[in-house]
Write a protein that binds this ligand. Structure first.
Ligand code: UD1
Length: 430
């Protein structure tokens, strides 16, 4: 297992280019299953979650061709529903999108219970509720979720979500695109990736209106045609580099972003005393490393993203005064705070409320990543601490951040990836 070693305390300077958004690419790649013609998807982030999903598509009969590192051609003409292998589907939450896509095209779907980051309960009840509204029977059998209708296709209906869910909204869209009749999704998620998924499907001939608002209307069409689509930039990757510069000090321009998607993050950074300048497709962040404590409450988009909470938690350890964080979306998203406490951070947690007393002098420590965004938080804390830290579990970080070590090194960080001592001993004996 590889780990990261960081000699922290260096400010970051320069430019960093942001990849396509993993959480948009996952439903869009899955949406290709609805299409009997080939699609080309550009600006795909070459991260492990995407590689696994592409492997799943190949294994169910799709012809998946890499055109470049960031572009792929996917032809799902010969896809066989209900055949995704357990060992792959269990590795990522995004495999749940195959349920909506297979059900939408074939009237039946089956996927092993999806895995993903351990950030608290991640039920699929809202996804099932949507499929049932469209005429499906849903059941758990032999560790798989099965969705099936007696009719050939889903039938349009009104779906009301009593809780906002990104995944359930995406699955409801996937299941409705080829349905007979009109589907209305009420209390839909408004995340940019829902807008991007709808833009891709509309470019393939779907009829979706209202994506980006709380009410989405989908008029079922007979079939889709091929198209070429470029994935939107990853606002969470961008926000992670912005929080890193805020914590270490320095001046960095994050390129290939949509500044509008980053408004909640930019305005919190400004409140913390960071200078944020937006261009058309870039944001420059300048920090003298002197931060003020702020309050953060995670919410669905356009609120402050739960996927940015750990990175801000790490950054706020270096602020003057106290910061409050309220986590409203996932119950176990404070596990990373135990790691920061190992570095000497002063933190109190009461269920979903954390108080960070900034300004404590942190020292380097051996750190462990519980999940993807917690891993990003560890990296930020280590970069801003004038000491050496090691971070284990970087496979979790690489699920969502392409070349994070190389990108940070370009910005002047003293960071390297190393095989563990055990791995080095094994390779020495081979
Ligand atoms: C997606 C993202 C994840 C991000 C999250 C919130 C992917 C693969 N993952 O996860 O990175 O952190 O959005 O922006 O895109 N819920 C239910 N029942 C359900 C579904 C969800 O109660 O059937 C609850 C969840 O427990 C959570 C809340 O709804 O409290 C939001 O979850 P959701 O938006 O569905 O997150 P994911 O789609 O799993």
């Amino acid at each position: 297992m590889e780990h990261i070693i960081i000699n922290g305390g260096r400010p970051l300077y320069g430019n960093v280019s942001i990849n396509g958004m993993k959480n948009a690419a996952l439903p869009i790649i899955s949406a290709c299953v609805l299409n009997e013609e080939p699609c080309i998807i550009d600006n795909i982030p070459p991260v492990s979650d995407i590689e696994i999903l592409l492997d799943i598509l190949s294994s169910i009969g799709a012809d998946v061709r890499r055109l470049t590192k960031n572009s792929v051609e996917i032809n799902c003409k010969n896809v066989r529903p209900c055949s995704s292998p357990r060992e792959l589907a269990e590795k990522l939450r995004g495999s749940s999108y195959l349920l909506g896509a297979e059900f939408g095209r074939f009237g039946k779907a089956s996927v092993s219970h999806p895995g993903g980051c351990s950030i608290g309960a991640r039920p699929l009840d809202l996804h099932m509720k949507a499929f049932e509204a469209l005429g499906a029977d849903c059941a758990h059998k032999n560790g798989r979720l099965e969705v099936e209708t007696d009719l050939l296709r889903p039938v349009g209906n009104t779906i009301y979500f009593d809780k906002i869910s990104v995944g359930a909204t995406a699955n409801a869209i996937l299941a409705s695109v080829l349905a007979n009749g009109v589907t209305t999704i009420e209390n839909a998620a408004r995340e940019p990736h829902i807008v991007d998924l709808s833009a891709f499907l509309n470019a393939c001939g779907a009829n979706i209106i209202g994506a980006g608002t709380s009410v989405i209307k989908i008029k079922g069409v007979q079939k889709l045609h091929g198209c070429r689509h470029s994935i939107i930039p990853d606002m969470i990757e961008a926000g992670t580099y912005m929080a890193a510069v805020a914590a270490t000090g320095g001046k960095v321009t994050v390129r290939n972003v949509i500044p509008k998607h980053l408004e909640a993050i930019s305005s919190k950074l400004e409140e913390a005393g960071v200078n944020v300048i937006c261009g058309d497709d870039c944001i420059t962040v300048e920090s003298n490393g002197k931060l003020r404590g702020v309050s953060i409450v995670t919410k669905e988009y356009p609120g402050f993203a739960t996927d940015m909470q750990p990175q801000f938690g790490a950054m706020l350890c270096f602020a003057e005064g106290a910061s409050d964080i309220v986590e409203n979306i996932f119950s176990s998203r404070f596990q990373y705070l135990d790691e920061l406490a190992k570095m000497g951070a002063e933190i109190k947690v009461d269920t979903n409320h954390a108080v960070i007393r900034g300004g404590a002098k942190l020292s380097g420590a051996p750190l462990f990543c519980h999940d993807l965004r917690a891993g990003a938080a560890m990296v930020i804390a280590a970069l801003a601490t004038k000491d050496t830290s090691t971070i284990e579990g970087i496979d979790k970080i690489e699920r969502g951040y392409y070349n994070i070590v190389g990108k940070l090194r370009e910005l002047g960080a003293d960071i390297q990836k190393k095989a563990s001592v055990k791995d080095e001993q094994i390779s020495a004996t081979m």
